[in-house]
Design a protein around this ligand. Structure first.
Ligand code: ATP
Ligand code: MG
Length: 424
């Protein structure tokens, strides 16, 4: 073998940086959490929506905003073979809104409520709680402009976090106003930062002109220091936004949902209006947000649909898993039957029996290849099978097979056509 051939043979492939496999047994925890979320969300009238993983790039630029970290630095964008710019979705809301408008879902009775589960992609620096492919469970509700649905959505999130055993999660709440009150706030922000520009990062120096709100969300130390004392949106909210926010707080108080007001919570996406919120945990270190969301009353119109209020949130599944890994008990699927066979003919009978039992809905494992009965029984034990069925020459002749319950140690003979009677 030449050196080159040897190297080729030894080549080891890894998943791309920041992108992970989810393997058994961990996958059972993922499935459990997804199942809990689906069951719960359906109780609130949410239906699943599956949108594509790739979209036209413009969808994300228009909705998330040109001056955001996601669009500026984090998107996986590529040209397809016909030269169209496509992007792996960095979040779910933009696609759901695109789909809502494309399929005229506004014509259905309001509110229309959707949930989704799936992978998102962001070219970020991989670190604890931050990956390049990560999973979100999200919800979006369209067609209600009052604060009742804001309260309901937040209650649903809290309910979910409680159900999966996420403790010590705090809801941080803010209102970032609307197109009536935000311009004045923006003006005040521009004034505030105008004599601090040289202390801000180059991105924020640009954002000062284009999108000053983003300075409040910048993660650079100098920018964090220099926004001390910056104007707070809460003082600039218009009458309508103030009433909405006050009513929401009142509803949450009456639902006994604790929250903390965080006047600095502006979120990293441009489409939000009025209510914004984050669920944070003090057990996660720097990446403490487990879920985040808010209202986006203008986005459907932006996408060419009729004026439609909307609100939603997205939960980061990896961070949820970190918080619940030790707490949630997982029921692994154990085989009900293990079929041990001695000899070729028995092997075939065993395969037929396994198929019959599986068609009746039972989980059956068989033994593959030659091995002593002893080692087959050891295998049955190792995989935690409940009942072993043994087929050998004698059994083939008599039509009766031996069985042993490995949990209770009971054993006996049973007609090969009546195996189910052992467990029923
Ligand atoms: P962060 O402040 O942690 O960067 P974000 O504001 O970018 O979060 P959103 O876009 O609101 O996050 O996404 C909602 C949730 O998805 C986050 O609260 C987090 O739990 C999760 N999330 C976001 N980005 C990542 C990532 N790169 N890896 C893992 N989870 C993520
Ligand atoms: Mg982020």
């Amino acid at each position: 073998m030449t050196k080159k051939e040897k190297e080729k043979r030894q080549l080891k492939y890894n998943a791309p940086k920041g992108i992970h496999d989810i393997l058994p047994p961990d996958i059972y925890l993922w499935q459990k959490i997804e199942k809990i979320s689906k069951n719960l969300f359906e109780k609130y009238g949410y239906q699943e929506i599956r949108t594509p993983i790739i979209e036209h790039t413009d969808i994300f630029i228009r909705s998330i905003g040109e001056e955001t970290d996601i669009v500026e630095k984090e998107m996986y964008t590529f040209l397809d073979r016909a030269g169209r710019s496509l992007t792996l979705r960095p979040e779910g809301t933009a696609s759901v809104v695109r789909s809502f408008v494309e399929h005229n879902l506004n014509t259905l009775p309001t509110p229309q409520k959707f949930y989704y589960v799936g992978p998102m992609f962001r070219y970020e620096r991989p670190q604890k709680g931050r990956f390049r492919q990560f999973y979100q469970i999200g919800v979006e509700a369209f067609g209600e402009k009052g604060p009742l649905i804001d309260a309901e959505v937040i209650a649903m999130l809290v309910n979910f976090l409680n159900l999966i055993g996420c403790e010590n999660v705090n809801i941080e709440l803010n209102s970032i106003g609307c197109e009536t009150c935000r311009p004045l706030f923006k003006k005040e922000l521009i004034n505030f930062f105008s004599n601090k520009l040289s202390n801000l990062c180059t991105d924020c120096q640009r954002r000062h002109k284009t999108n000053p709100l983003r300075i409040l969300d910048c993660k650079v130390d100098g920018c964090i220091e220099n926004r001390q004392g910056a104007p707070m949106i809460s003082r600039y909210l218009c009458e309508n936004c103030t009433v909405h926010f006050e009513e929401l707080k009142n509803l949450l108080n009456n639902l006994n949902i604790p929250y903390t007001l965080n006047p600095e919570l502006v979120r990293g996406l441009d489409y939000y209006t009025k209510t914004t919120f984050e669920a944070t945990s003090n057990q996660l270190g720097a990446q403490k947000a487990v879920a985040a969301g808010g209202r986006y009353d203008k986005l459907v119109e932006e996408f060419g649909g009729p004026p439609t209020s909307a609100i939603g949130f997205a939960i980061g599944l990896e961070r949820i898993i970190t918080l619940t890994k030790e707490k949630l008990t997982i029921q692994y699927p154990d085989p009900l039957f293990f079929i041990a066979t001695i000899g070729k003919e028995a092997e075939m009978k065993g395969l037929i029996l396994a198929e019959n039992l599986r068609q009746k809905g039972y989980y059956v494992e068989i033994h593959y290849g030659n091995a002593s009965l002893k080692s087959q029984l050891r295998k049955a034990d190792r995989i935690n099978a409940k009942v072993v069925l043994i087929i050998g020459d004698e059994e083939l002749k008599s039509g009766k097979i031996k069985w042993k319950n490995l949990y209770t140690k009971e054993q006996g003979d049973v007609d090969i056509n009546a195996v189910v009677s052992i467990v029923s």
